[in-house]
Each structure stands twice: as C-alpha cells, then as structure tokens.
Write a protein that binds this ligand. Structure first.
Ligand code: GUN
Length: 280
C-alpha cells in the first residue's frame, strides 16, 4: 500500500481546503530539547505545511526549559489568532509531565488529537480530531478497499497515540478487534487469526512471517533504526505472505503528516464556524 502516493492526493485536497477557507491557517510546532529524530519529524511537518499553504509557526525550546515555561507558551499559542493548530512534539524531556502539557492545549486547536477531550470524542463515536497516525491508517485501508466489516483485526501495541485509537477506529468499522501487548499470551497464535494486523510496538521485525495468515493486510507503524537503516516492526519476508503491506518508509509515515495537515484545516473550519465543534 503506497502511502506516499495517497498522501500526495490528500495534500492536494488540503491545499484546496486551505484556499477555500479564505482565512490564514497556521500550525504551531513546539520542539523541546535536542532529540535528532524529533527535530527531523518536526521539520518534515513544517515543510509539508508550506507546501499546502499552512503557515508553520515554529518554537524551539532548550531541554532545560521548565514545565511552567512550556505551559506559558502553550497558553500564548491558545490565545494567538494566527495559530489554528498546536502540536507539541513528543517525547518531552523527563522532567515534564506530558499529560499536563497536552491538557493545556485548547481542544479546538488539538490537531494531534492527543487531548483527553479529543480521545473522549473518539471513544464515544463522535470524533473531532483523530490522532494523525491512526487517521492516516484508516484512510489507507479505505483507499485500498480493505474489507473491515466483520473482519478480524489485531492491533499489536497499546499506546495512546496509535494502538488505542486505531482499535477504536477499526471497531467503528465493525471489525472484531483484539489488542495485544507485552503481556499477551501466545502472541503468534493471536496474530495468525488476523485478517488485518496493525504493528505499532517500536521493535524491529517483531511481526514475523510465521505469525501472518496468507493474504492478510499488514500495516507497519514502526520506525526503527537498525545499523543506520530505517526499518519497521514487520519482518522483510512478511511480504511473501501478506495480501497488502505498508512499506517502511513510504507507508504510514507520509499518511501521518497528511492527516495532521487535514486536521489543521479542519481546526480552521471549526474556528471559522463552518463546522460545529462539540463542547468538551
Ligand atoms: N511523537 C511521535 N509521533 C508524534 C506525533 O504524531 N505527534 C507529536 N506531537 N509527537 C509525536
């Protein structure tokens, strides 16, 4: 499944949406500390913004910044009319409470979909902002017409930003969803039952060929660096048995960025009163 090609289509739609909105759209990105991977991800998001006519508004803070200073910045971004969406890149330095920082973001600007209000809307079947990676995965599955109704879906990994929301989204499409994690008994046996597998653990090659049913759809969310190379959570040879597979790179990654852009225009639409935003 070619995430790069589909993401280009989504970006074109977003560019159209930005132009059509008729008011400026800005995405504030906040990077705290010197993590190289995070810096690269944020740079990619800024470049993607520029491409579709969203103004990137970047804030870079040193790793020694206090949580209070970061919360004060989030408060200013909440109040700033130029800022349509706010993205605080995770992980944050150890001395900060990520939950507290995310909760400080105004739900109507929560384009990452990490705020408990956004997560709650998703849980109750009325999504506002869905986290970009799971939203992008659903769009890929839809584009490739992967049947989900009554399908067995197995999600490996239970993070708040991928595992839990993708499980809810698959459930909303009437899949029978099983969530697996580090304490799951007989992981290979459970995964082997799946028509759709989502691997979101962050461990290179953890889904192996022996674990995948012939013809299954396999979504690889992993980005792992192994001796200088970027590889996913799914082993190379799974492609021999999978019916559909997302490559790493070029699968889920580009869709994540495209979905973030889409959420940012949607935030602009809410703020312009074009879409009703449920009260948080
Ligand atoms: N860290 C890893 N993925 C993400 C993401 O999608 N958004 C943010 N803010 N931080 C991340």
């Amino acid at each position: 499944m070619d995430g790069k090609a589909l993401a280009a289509r989504v970006r074109a739609e977003v560019a159209y949406g930005v132009a059509e909105l008729g008011r400026p759209v800005g995405l504030a990105t906040v990077l705290v500390g010197e993590d190289q991977a995070s810096a690269l991800y944020v740079r990619r998001k800024q470049e993607a913004c520029e491409e579709v006519g969203i103004e990137p508004i970047h804030h870079e803070l040193s790793g020694a910044t206090s949580e209070e200073e970061l919360l004060a910045l989030v408060g200013r971004l909440n109040a700033d009319e130029r800022v349509t969406g706010i993205l605080v890149q995770l992980p944050l330095p150890e001395h900060m409470d990520e939950g507290r920082v995310i909760r400080a973001i105004e739900p109507i600007k929560d384009v990452d979909g990490f705020h408990p209000v956004s997560a709650g809307h998703l849980l109750q079947g009325e999504p506002t902002f869905v986290a970009a990676t799971p939203a992008g995965i659903m769009e890929l599955l839809a584009a490739y017409e992967i049947p989900l109704e009554g399908a067995r879906a197995v999600v490996v990994g239970r993070s708040n930003i991928v595992g839990k929301p993708i499980a809810l989204l698959l459930l909303a499409e009437n899949a029978t969803v099983t969530m697996c994690h580090s304490r799951t008994r007989d992981l290979p046996g459970v995964v082997r039952e799946a028509d759709v597998v989502v691997a979101a653990v962050g461990r290179a090659g953890m889904v192996t060929r022996e674990m995948v049913k012939e013809g299954a759809t396999v979504v690889d969310v992993g980005i792992n660096r192994v001796s200088g190379k970027v590889v996913g959570d799914v082993a190379e040879d799974v492609r021999e048995v999978a019916g559909h597979l997302t490559p790493v790179p070029g699968g889920v990654g580009p869709m994540t960025i495209a979905s973030l852009l889409r959420n940012t225009v949607r935030a602009g639409e809410y703020q312009a009163g074009r879409l009703a935003f449920p009260r948080g």
